[in-house]
Design a protein. Structure first.
Length: 102
């Protein structure tokens, strides 16, 4: 899925998480939920993804909620440093990364 198509789906009103239009890739689904304000659902998905990318997403979500010490732990698990950009810019970066890897 392209980043452009993914962001269109994130902004499409009335789209439900069971829509066949959405990506099946869990990390993209978590970002979709996060974009739409479903933090708990996004977090549940991130917790289940026991990969460096899943840990990076997990860190992002804790950064988004303002729990920076928890975020720092997950950045270290992902082998990444906390980004020096806004949360929105980090979301975009992760979305681009996950779209490229699907």
């Amino acid at each position: 899925m392209t980043y452009e198509r993914f962001t269109e789906l994130c902004e499409q009103p009335g789209l439900h998480s069971d829509s066949s239009q959405l990506p099946k890739e869990p990390l993209l689904m978590a970002l979709w939920h996060a974009r739409r304000g479903h933090w708990n659902r996004a977090h549940d998905i991130a917790v289940a993804e026991r990969t460096p990318a899943g840990s990076a997403l997990h860190a992002h979500l804790h950064r988004q909620e303002g729990d920076l010490s928890n975020a720092q732990y997950w950045y270290s698990r992902a082998g990444r440093r906390p980004p020096d950009v806004t949360v929105e810019m980090e979301w975009e970066s992760l979305a681009r990364e996950f779209c490229e890897n699907t």
